[in-house]
Design a protein around this ligand. Structure first.
Ligand SMILES: Nc1ncnc2c1ncn2[C@@H]1O[C@H](COP(=O)(O)OP(=O)(O)OP(=O)(O)O)[C@@H](O)[C@H]1O
Length: 767
């Protein structure tokens, strides 16, 4: 059993001696423990035995070490310390942005990050060190964005905005944040933290770059809002002396609190005239080997062991009763013993968690309309206000399609061939022949069949000169007719299988090609052979023979799918459509999130209560709209303007393209979650582009790869989708065909995998 006796009203000034909890008398040690647990929950913030390090467990960079801190409700707590001592880290743990490696934090009676605690969320107002504002927003839009996230009504936001504009001497609400001065931007940032009149205001260096008059008015405001006793402020500042106006000061060094007391008490205790001197004195003592008094947690509250207790008190040795106190356990004990509420509150007092849980709706619903509205509007507004992004989103895909269709897949033209015709002795290009059944100048008749639009015939008198021209890169090949060509060919046709070898050899057209360029080499070789076939057929039919006799005895009928003369463009186009949409989405998403993070915007939204899931959801919605626009443009240009084959159901083409865009967006999420810097994200996005392009069967069939690589290729997000789209477009296959639906299935699986990965990485990073 325990009982308490309230002998004096609680002091907002945080003086332990005046605290009502210090008046509690205990009948047993376990009662004392339970009461201390309640006491911690009653504070605005209570940090116990906190450890935090960055980096891996093997090579940790310890930032917080055995840190204890208590912030009483209704007070201003000034957290002071040298740069890099861990203030921001501590604050980010308090607001639930990061997790401790060990130790406990209670904020407004709950543990940050737990459901229903309201932290992160609207119970806290957080002003980070960075400006953390959207530069392309006006002041009013900034306030609307955060107001909606905090669940405020538009009318409320407008009213509050008027007050804040006036109070913080801000310029017109329609001014763009990026056009404000540094000091004005800081004030807008401060206004955002004050926007929803939170119970706990956490300000990380709010007075940097603010003129002395405004600085004083900020402090006056902080004193005023805390005077009612229900608002608490934690503030860090490098202007140590301004912290005299705080009710309690925590002096921090190397991840520990050296002292935690009201400013006057510190000055008195250390016999100093300025807080700076106190800090220096304490720092010196710490440097001399742990001779600084420890901040202890005891039944009477948290405080500095007075110097009179000998200054050699070792570092933070917590009261044994408090270390390792298990809140859940104490809760159960209280229920049994005292009929105290299951939340651990004292009898007769309404449950703090119940009364203060202003964010309770969040326990049951995934999100709120206000948050989603704010996030989606923010995404669109940022895109709309940024001309470069707009061009990137809509002009780039169109440009890529146009360039692809113009530059890829067409037959090369204007290819120079060196012709040496000793059969007719042509030097100036004039090569006469008779198109009737004439057996004269057959070399000229053949040459006339060579495609004039793709091949330019340059005549040479000497074979060696012609070959030298190829060696010099002046021609792609040599076509040579010997002096007996026509006669030999006629003899060969007449003699049939009795023709001698010499006749057969001299009836051949001799060709030397530059095969260094496979596409050109293959095309020339194809054209040279096809034109011979046409020449032979023409000659035979003019002499009333069956032209089929001149063809090879294989008859290629109309293809089942595709054209007799297939276009490379039709083969590559499906992969190109998907690659364009996929990688544009990667680029757009990965950089968008990283920019928000490096500018502190993501942190601010998280602390305001936006979850990673909500951020992802808002981006999915925004990207979906963008993707629909991009898909429409890409398909219109590919199919309608450039006539890429589309034999299947266009609805499936659209669906698959949009899904691939979403897949690219999710890959972008993974990159942005994994990379700290935009530079790394760009490297990763670019680095993944070529392997994906090369291995996905976009430009070359995967059947041409070694076996192992084929398996790797099949596992990539673009491979099965490309094959599926190709089957829809060129073969017109339906969704029921395995080759088609596997493209959809693999894309959906990849989207799921990327989303899970992103959320896992974000959660891990928050820790
Ligand atoms: N994300 C991070 N990853 C690794 N180390 C970090 C990270 N954030 C901070 N640190 C390191 O942790 C230490 C404490 O940083 P923190 O920002 O908390 O200090 P601070 O007291 O707020 O400094 P300042 O007053 O200059 O803002 C520094 O050494 C810093 O380099």
């Amino acid at each position: 059993m325990f009982y308490y006796r309230e002998t004096s009203p609680p002091s907002p000034l945080g003086d332990e001696k005046e605290s009502k909890m210090s008046q509690i008398q205990f009948s047993s040690p376990s009662d004392k423990q339970n009461t201390l647990a309640l006491q911690k929950r009653a504070e605005a913030v209570c940090v116990q035995n906190a450890y935090k390090h960055y980096g891996s467990n093997k090579r940790p960079n310890h930032v917080l070490s055995k840190l204890n801190m208590t912030v009483k409700k209704g007070t201003i707590y000034g957290l002071l310390g040298a740069s890099g001592c861990g203030k921001t880290t501590l604050l980010s743990c308090i607001v639930g942005r990061r997790k401790l490696n060990s130790g406990d934090i209670w904020v407004l009676g709950g543990k940050p990050g737990t459901k229903g605690s309201g932290v992160p969320g609207k119970r806290v107002g957080y002003m980070p060190q960075e400006i953390a504002l959207y530069g392309e927003f006006t002041i009013k839009e900034t306030m609307m964005y955060f107001g909606w996230i905090f669940g405020m009504e538009t009318r409320e936001i407008v009213e509050r905005l008027r007050f804040l504009l006036d109070f913080l001497d801000l310029p017109s609400e329609n001014r763009m944040v990026k056009n404000l001065s540094g000091g004005q931007q800081r004030r807008v940032s401060f206004a955002v933290a004050l926007m929803h009149d939170p119970e706990l205001l956490i300000l990380d260096e709010p007075t940097v770059g603010v003129d002395p008059l405004l600085r004083q008015s900020i402090w006056t405001h902080l004193v005023r809002i805390t005077s009612s006793g229900d608002k608490t402020v934690i503030i860090t500042t490098h202007y140590i002396e301004e912290a005299r106006q705080a009710h309690c000061i925590g002096l921090m060094r190397s991840g520990r609190l050296l002292a935690e007391d009201p400013p006057q008490a510190l000055l008195r205790m250390y016999n100093c005239i300025s807080l700076e001197d106190v800090f220096l004195k304490l720092s010196r003592k710490q440097g001399q080997g742990n001779q600084v008094p420890e901040i202890t947690v005891s039944g009477g509250g948290l405080g500095l062991n007075k110097m009179s207790k000998r200054e050699e008190a070792p570092y933070a040795n917590e009261d044994a009763q408090v270390i390792g106190l298990n809140f859940h356990q104490s809760k159960e004990v209280l229920i049994v013993d005292n009929g105290v509420g299951s939340n651990g509150d004292l009898p007769g007092k309404k449950s703090e968690a119940a009364t203060d849980c202003t964010d309770c709706a969040g326990r049951f619903s995934f999100t709120s309309r206000g948050k989603i509205k704010a996030l989606i509007q923010k995404n669109f507004l940022r895109m709309w206000r940024n001309i470069g992004v707009m061009l990137f989103i809509f002009a780039l895909p169109v440009m890529q399609v146009i360039l692809f269709c113009l530059a890829i897949g067409r037959d090369p033209s204007g290819l120079k061939m060196a012709i040496v015709n000793h059969d007719v002795n042509v030097f100036d290009g004039y090569c006469p022949y008779n198109s009737s059944c004439s057996m004269k100048n057959l070399s000229c008749r053949y040459l006339d069949n060579l495609k004039n639009e793709s091949i330019i015939k340059n005549y040479y008198a000497d074979l060696d000169d012609a070959k030298e021209a190829v060696r010099q890169g002046e021609a792609w090949g040599v076509i040579y007719f010997n002096e007996n060509y026509t006669d030999s060919l006629v003899a060969r046709l007449a003699l049939g299988d009795t023709a001698d070898n010499e006749t057969i050899l001299s009836s051949e057209v001799e060709v030397w090609l530059d095969m260094s360029n496979q596409q050109i080499g293959l095309m020339l070789s194809r054209d040279i052979q096809f034109s011979y076939r046409d020449f032979a057929k023409g000659l035979l039919s003019s002499c009333n023979y069956n032209p089929k006799v001149g063809d090879i005895p294989i008859d290629f009928k109309d293809p089942i799918y595709g054209d007799t003369n297939p276009s490379f463009t039709d083969f590559v186009a499906p992969g190109v459509i998907l690659t364009i949409v996929f990688f544009l989405a990667v680029a757009l998403t990965s950089s968008a999130l990283i920019v928000e993070r490096t500018e502190g915007l993501l942190d601010r939204s998280w602390v305001a209560g936006v979850s990673p899931g909500e951020i992802l959801f808002s981006h999915v919605v925004t990207q979906f709209v963008v993707m629909c626009g991009q898909t429409a443009l890409v398909l219109i240009f590919m199919i309608l303007v450039f006539g890429v084959k589309s034999n299947g159901n266009i609805a499936y083409v659209v669906m698959l393209t949009i899904l691939q865009g979403l897949c690219g967006m999710c890959f972008g999420f993974v990159i942005s979650a994994a990379c700290e810097l935009e530079r790394n994200a760009i490297q990763l996005a670019l680095g993944s582009f070529y392997p994906t392009l090369l291995l996905s069967g976009v430009i070359w069939p995967i059947e041409g790869m070694p076996w192992i690589l084929r398996y790797v290729s099949t596992c990539l997000p673009l491979t099965l989708a490309t094959s599926s789209l190709r089957s829809i477009l060129t073969r017109g296959w339906p969704i029921t065909d395995p080759d088609v639906y596997m493209g959809f299935v693999s894309t959906i699986l990849w989207i799921t995998l990327f989303l899970v990965l992103t959320i896992t990485i974000l959660r891990f990073k928050r820790g």
